[in-house]
Design a protein around this ligand. Sequence first.
Ligand SMILES: Cc1cc2nc3c(=O)[nH]c(=O)nc-3n(C[C@H](O)[C@H](O)[C@H](O)COP(=O)(O)OP(=O)(O)OC[C@H]3O[C@@H](n4cnc5c(N)ncnc54)[C@H](O)[C@@H]3O)c2cc1C
Length: 522
Amino acid sequence: MFRMDRSVQIRELQRNKDQLWDIVVVGGGATGLGIALDAVTRGYKTLLLERSDFSKGTSSRSTKLVHGGVRYLARGGILLVKEALRERGILLKNAPHITDNQEFVIPVYTLWDVVLYTAGLKFYDFLSGRLSLGRSYFISRSKVLRRLPLLKAGGLKGGIVYHDGQFDDSRMAVTLAEACVENGGIVLNYFEVTTLLKNEKGKIEGVSTTDLETGNSYKITSKLVINAAGVFADEILRMDDPSSGPTIRPSQGVHIVLDNSFLQSRSAIMIPKTDDGRVLFAIPWYGKVVVGTTDTPLDTISPEPKALDEEIDFILQTAGKYLTKPPSREDALCIFAGLRPLAANPDNPSDTKEVSRRHKITLSSSGLLSIIGGKWTSYRRMAEETIDKGIKAGLLDKRECVTRNFRFYSDEIKLKSERLKIYGDRAGEIEKMIDEKPDVGNLLDPRFPYTRAEIIWICRNEMPRTLEDMLARRTRALFLDTRASAAIAPQVAEIMADELNTGKNWKEKQLRDYNELILNYI
Ligand SMILES: Cc1cc2nc3c(=O)[nH]c(=O)nc-3n(C[C@H](O)[C@H](O)[C@H](O)COP(=O)(O)OP(=O)(O)OC[C@H]3O[C@@H](n4cnc5c(N)ncnc54)[C@H](O)[C@@H]3O)c2cc1C
């Protein structure tokens, strides 16, 4: 039966060590995993290498929206929005187990805003065409307050209801990784690409990579190497050409997770223009509320970005202007930061106004294909364009993209617990484990929905290597309630140590690392 197993994949890599790969993808975030799936389903022999865990970078730190981007419409990005709306529809259709149709309300305070946002969202509906998630419409003040009972009523004229998609970003990343392996690809976490290999003509012919768990190094030869390293893409570009200048302008976005008592609604709030011109969302997610975000240009890039005090204050103060129960720092269950890998203006890298929100694909003279920027929502389209570019450049033989109708979940799956569908087609195995041994169905902690059975099943099927992988990205405990996640960490580490057959000191080290990590989130 299919399962993702790191040691099986490493054996497969060793068995293929003298073979020529079609494609090596560097980076296991939304972009790299999307490309690997596109490649493997076209029939290319594909290897993906991720130096940390899948989606450890930006791809687990998003607002969790599958959206066209209402705010980009205001800036005139019609083509960008249209493309993302089409991809939104495709993703909701192909991954129904991880995505949802989310209702949003934009509260409006002037007649001009009623006209502006009603017209804008009608246009948004129009652009989504047949893949619309529901039409937008104006509602009266009293209806807004019925939907959002904790919204401040002062000055409110009414609201515009519209629909967008919502998802679980890191679970989607695992879904993509599994789909790659199931279709014959190899995807490895904790494998760092250290060098690009070149032939005597200076053309790239592969990579050197190191297994960060064992220190073993491998030389991989490949027809095409794709740089999908997100905000770290410039590191790979410099491996190709040490004199290469910055192509990324990182911009930090922070979110704060609050208890549901601050919103008490199934509708999300979208404030298109706060006092200082930013956008603010308050979105229900797994029984909590995610509030954000910011857009702060940064000069330094870190795998563990940290929210700045002014970003936290901005989110709390702005939320407090709209909510009858203003949140304070003590109310934050989790504060997380992510870096947008925006494509910089090559003529003026520090200019953030000119920074493009669309992805950019480039091919270096040595044959390195790089993709930067873009968004989660459009990962499929970005992947298709990247592989097509490799074909056009003569680096791959021509094969058609098939991901438009690639289904990640079968409609026929029937589960007793709807919640478990986030584990995909084989979630029934978790229910079977609980049927056979009811003890493993007990909750680890009443603050989370997770059971021992899920932790065991994830260990056996989803390649978590660290306690952080389990608590941050396979389950979302870290993001939902950081302190509570620290409370379940010892029992989760115990289960993992048993299942993964780790060495003696593994558990202690994992707990030490985790307790240090959470300081970034509280
Ligand atoms: C705050 C915020 C909110 C967002 N909200 C949304 C949203 O709601 N909806 C949406 O559609 N989009 C959203 N986005 C955008 C979206 O999250 C990103 O565009 C996307 O996640 C980028 O994915 P990526 O794969 O390019 O980068 P990453 O996820 O960062 O992946 C790059 C990976 O490359 C790996 N890597 C780097 N160097 C090496 C090496 N040498 N060897 C091997 N691996 C390497 C890194 O470890 C990393 O995991 C948001 C972004 C931010 C920052």
